[in-house]
Write a protein that binds this ligand. Sequence first.
Ligand code: CA
Ligand code: CA
Length: 160
Amino acid sequence: MFKEILLVFLFSTTVFSEHEGRIRKRQATHEFKNKNYYLETLIRANFHNSFMFCQRLGMQLLTINSNEEYDYIYKIITSELTFGWDSKLWTSGTDLGREGKFNWLSTGQPIKINKWLRGQPDNDHGSGEHCVEFWNNRGSIGLNDDKCHIENNFICESFK
Ligand SMILES: [Ca+2]
Ligand SMILES: [Ca+2]
């Protein structure tokens, strides 16, 4: 019985991916309430490829559903990563469906938290930015809309 429980536990927290022809093990590195998180800090990908990468791990690109969860992710980024000036990390937030209306693509739910950096989202003054990232803008860290083709690190999540 214990062995079965252990196996279920291992299966639920360990994910595998195929990258450049090699299978690499991915381990969920953090947990908060009902979620596990995996921080992808080796690979940079555009918004869509980040989304698909998480799916291939059996996970989904990050959603943030409360200020509490935001604070937890913020703490990881600022205390455990080298997240210097102009560092960026994708979330699954996007307004591609309708300009100015931001949703989490992974769940289809509206973005309810208000953790935008000052002056954001700005859609790059109308020229078009539709994907949501964490951004270190000269020492201020928060959410920003950016061009979806930019290649960033990202965070995947799964539910326990
Ligand atoms: Ca936009
Ligand atoms: Ca912006």
